[in-house]
Design a protein around this ligand. Sequence first.
Ligand code: SF4
Length: 313
Amino acid sequence: MSFKVYLARTRGFCAGVERAIAVVNRALEKYGTQKVYVLHEVVHNKHVVADLASRGAHFVEHLSQIPNPEDKVVIFSAHGVGTKTVEAANALKLIVIDATCPLVNRVHFKVSRAAKEQKEVVIIGHTGHQEVVGTVGQYDGPEEKVHVILTPQDVEKLDLVSNKAIFATQTTLSIDETALTVKALKEKFSFIEGPKNDDTCFATQNRQAAVKTLAQECDLVIVAGSKNSSNSKRLSEVALSMGVRSYLIDDCEGISDEMLAGATKVGVTAGASVPEYIVQDILKVLAQKGGSEVILTGDEQIHRVFPLPDGLD
Ligand code: SF4
């Protein structure tokens, strides 16, 4: 077996993920391993979560799982939480540290303001995804005035009860697919206010642009990322939508000879929550299986840094 290996320059950790991981590490240094709890996976990557757990962070799905909560530390994940969760944490006298990505917070602010202005909100996103749950939870108003949809078909079925509404989107959606939903929304509800395109973040946009470049070169695209990572899944779907075989794998153990069979140009990229060592392990295995020297593709990665929350910097 022999094939060329292409690697997207723009891949892996984004500023929001780096910040969220740094928040947990700093909290462990500051408060010690007995006290630090993280509500939900801090980012959707099993290796990151396992690594932080091995350093002493406790991951829980509900605040009620934190024993003797008074003066324990709870960290909210990069995906954000609703206001009721913040209130519940404060009522339990937990020390709250918010690792919500600042770009998710921007969407939270818009939804919160819409509630104050008594506007309806349409959120384009995946029902049940942690980020969407948190964004819906910013709306302090009647439940029936918040709608979560995803596709143009959902727009057809959507009824708004008033003519004052905004839309917002999950930050990690497919840009091309979201454009179709936004178009349908604006056509059906001409009064709806919202961003020019969507609320996808720069990291989502850059990584999807990079995987398109990769997919143009390659006949197989391997995306490193966990199955519950929205942005990683979208990268694989973008490659598939261009007619290129693509697999989403957690790490190098996901590579098989069947996967590589017939491939002459294999592209590699990684979702925004994936550590670089996972990519390097994948490249090593590809080299062992007949891969060429790595050929870098696409634009240089733009590295951004978000400051840590107050008290941890
Ligand atoms: Fe923030 Fe985007 Fe990274 Fe999510 S993918 S943490 S929104 S920068």
